[in-house]
Design a protein around this ligand. Structure first.
Ligand code: PAP
Length: 327
């Protein structure tokens, strides 16, 4: 019996989840494998709620990523691009709300499906969303996200990042929220669980490849971006994003410096220095500021041994073979 049939048969999510393959992550936390992805119990329940109850609108926009790949940045850029025609960058909602925001509205500007909306309720009231078009975010792989979307023309933007920087970012994030020193032993055990693919939302490569394939098969509805390209060629990349979102940047805007303004507004330096991000709390009750750190490419070089580099490169090279993706 496959997992969808199991769900139908048991109806009750708790029973179904208890029958799924399970394993433990680097902290010994139990994870369940659903449609090839490892989730914590609460997250998976929310994923199931989402799959059963979400009703897309044609205009919806979904920001997707593997955790620590640039979610916050992409959310900010998406909001900035969509809002620019309404207010102009300077009176922008990002100056008073975090892209995770709970400041202006209870749900925030770009709420996560499974970590916020469907975690709190199996049928959240989406009429309370403040943005138009509605903006959502997720870390689910594309095949799971697509289930309730069916033939909806809504748009999905994905940001991918080098797994080694993802890991280092996750290591610092975890240490910070757990109030621990970012010690080597934490990094090493996280590293092992990433290599096994048994980690929250893992395996990394399956998450990335689901969106990569989706973007090649359906480029009108799925855009695949990378953190590294955003860093190296930000102007080109935000023009690409604007085009995809259906709000292309005009020649006039280019000449008036709007692109530069949006990039500055969404820069790590600017966002992390806004009062709302220095003091505010996010959907998960974490301080907004935990989502901002160095924001650099190749920070892993300061932390990985050559053995770690070799091992993870070998795994990723093998998994990405034939996908056109490079490390
Ligand atoms: P999430 O997936 O848990 O939502 P996400 O925003 O993807 O988190 O990851 C945070 C990373 O993005 C941090 O990377 P670092 O640890 O390597 O520094 C953070 O610094 C970086 N980041 C956040 N905002 C920006 C931004 N505006 N520009 C560039 N990088 C950013």
């Amino acid at each position: 019996m496959n997992q969808t049939e199991l769900l139908k048969k048991f109806g009750d999510d708790d029973n179904m989840i208890s029958l799924l393959p399970s394993d433990s992550d680097f902290q010994g936390k139990k994870l369940y494998n659903y449609q090839g992805c490892w989730y914590q119990y609460k997250t998976l329940r929310a994923v199931l709620h989402f799959k059963r109850n979400f009703k897309p609108l044609d205009t919806d926009i979904i920001v997707a990523s593997y955790p620590k790949s640039g979610t916050t940045w992409l959310k900010a850029l998406t909001v900035a691009l969509l809002e620019r025609s309404k207010d102009g960058p300077l009176s922008h909602p990002l100056t008073s709300d975090n892209p995770y925001g709970l400041v202006q509205s209870a749900i925030g500007l770009v709420p996560f499906f499974e970590l916020n909306l469907y975690l709190k309720s199996s049928t959240p009231d989406l009429t309370k969303l403040s943005s138009s078009p509605r903006l959502f975010s997720t870390h689910m792989p594309l095949h799971t996200l697509r289930d309730p979307l069916k033939d909806s023309p809504c748009k999905i933007v994905y940001v991918c990042r080098n797994v080694k920087d993802v890991l280092v970012s996750r290591w610092y994030f975890y240490s910070r929220i757990e109030n621990k020193e970012a010690g080597r032993s934490i990094l090493e055990s996280m590293f092992e669980s990433y290599c096994r693919g048994v980690n929250y939302y893992g395996p990394f490569w399956d998450n990335v490849l689901s969106y990569r394939r989706g973007s090649l098969e359906d480029p009108k509805h799925v855009l695949f971006m990378t953190y590294e390209d955003l860093k190296a060629r930000p102007r080109e990349q935000i023009m690409r994003l604007a085009e995809f979102l259906g709000c292309p940047i005009t020649q006039e805007e280019i000449h008036s410096g709007a692109v530069k303004e949006i990039l500055e507004l969404c820069s790590l330096h600017n966002l992390s220095n806004l009062d709302v991000n220095k003091t505010g709390k996010a959907w998960d009750n974490l301080d907004h500021n935990v989502y901002f750190r160095k924001g650099e490419v190749d920070d892993w070089k300061n932390h990985f041994t050559s053995e770690m580099e070799e091992k993870i490169d070998m795994i990723i090279n093998e998994k990405f073979q034939g996908s056109g993706l490079k490390i």
